[in-house]
Design a protein around this ligand. Structure first.
Ligand SMILES: Nc1ncnc2c1ncn2[C@@H]1O[C@H](COP(=O)(O)OP(=O)(O)OP(=O)(O)O)[C@@H](O)[C@H]1O
Length: 296
């Protein structure tokens, strides 16, 4: 994503990075009304407003991975959910391929941007097998004819590297990494163009993190996806992102090509984040082993 403005029409512009805009947020604001203290409520004080996202412009280009980094509470998840159409922003717009995402009359358009969450388990129905979960999505969205639903479920399970028997198993039978694969399969069932992965590996063991990151990158390549990858882990983001946006207190304070941001950070907050990356013997600690490949 870049800060370049966009046309707002059905057409998509070519961004500063030379890529075609696929997803854009413009002037995005998401404020939440806090509950305030019991004492404050008794005294009739208005509740505090939490400015989770406070005016963000970003553009994700087709085929790129944009890393969104920042410490806990800076607004990354809120921005992601707005960009995925899950929250209706307080103000501002989210566009997919030039068209407003919110209020899109067409279910087909909204499903093109899908999220992968940090904790897929909490969003999986514990009483439904993986096969039932995926079948329900395919049927509800009429993505394949009924007669082909089972075949498509098998393809999705295969695509994310789960064993065939997973189709008849409940979420509780799976490890954290496998559950994340189910979460990814569920997102892919909707045939998205954009994946928004919100801390997809931060709840996983380090040894499993790399396998999930590699899976996301392989899928992105094979399926031609664009990806917004949200993380507080600078090492991971550095390895997989073409560009990086740094978020602090609800705003994007810096964005640019990954090597540029890491080697020549412009904003004090970016420098602070980089300085806080754990170092081993003077060099930054490596990201989870990713089969030794250049992940960009
Ligand atoms: N539904 C909500 N109601 C009220 N406040 C909220 C809500 N969701 C988020 N917030 C607040 O908005 C701010 C940004 O939260 P957000 O979860 O977007 O940050 P984050 O960078 O993703 O942090 P984390 O990685 O810890 O989730 C925080 O102060 C949070 O408490």
């Amino acid at each position: 994503m870049s800060a370049s403005p966009s046309t707002g029409s059905g057409s998509v512009e070519t961004g500063a990075g030379g890529g075609e805009e696929v997803l854009a947020v413009e002037g995005l604001v998401q404020h939440f009304r806090g509950r305030g203290s019991a004492w404050g409520r008794l005294r009739g004080r208005p509740p505090k407003v939490v400015k989770a996202v406070d005016g963000v412009d970003l553009v994700l280009h087709r085929g790129e991975t944009l890393g969104l980094v920042g410490e806990s509470g800076c607004g990354k998840s809120t921005l992601s959910r707005c960009a995925a159409g899950l929250y209706t922003p307080t103000s501002g717009v989210v566009r997919y391929a030039g068209q407003p995402l919110h209020g899109a009359p067409d279910r087909a358009q909204r499903r093109l941007v899908q999220m992968v969450f940090q904790d897929p388990y909490s969003s999986l129905n514990p009483r439904m097998t993986v096969g039932q979960t995926l079948s329900e999505i395919l049927t509800y969205h009429r993505l394949v004819p009924r007669a082909q639903v089972r075949t498509r479920v098998g393809e999705l399970i295969d695509l994310v590297g789960l064993p065939t028997r997973a189709v008849d198993q409940l979420p509780r039978s799976f490890s954290g990494g496998q559950r994340q694969r189910i979460g990814i399969a569920r997102a892919l069932a909707l045939e998205p163009q954009v994946l928004i992965a919100d801390e997809p590996v931060s709840a996983l063991d380090v040894s499993v993190q790399a396998t999930i990151i590699n899976l996301l990158l392989d899928l992105k390549e094979t399926l031609g996806l664009s990806m917004l990858f949200v993380s507080h882990n600078m090492a991971v983001v550095r390895q997989i992102s073409d560009r990086i946006a740094v978020m602090h207190d609800g705003v994007v304070v810096e964005e640019g090509d990954t090597p540029e941001v890491f080697e020549h950070p412009q904003h004090d907050y970016t420098r602070l984040l980089l300085a806080s990356v754990p170092r081993i013997g003077g060099t930054p600690a490596p990201a989870p082993a990713t089969a030794g490949r250049d992940l960009r």
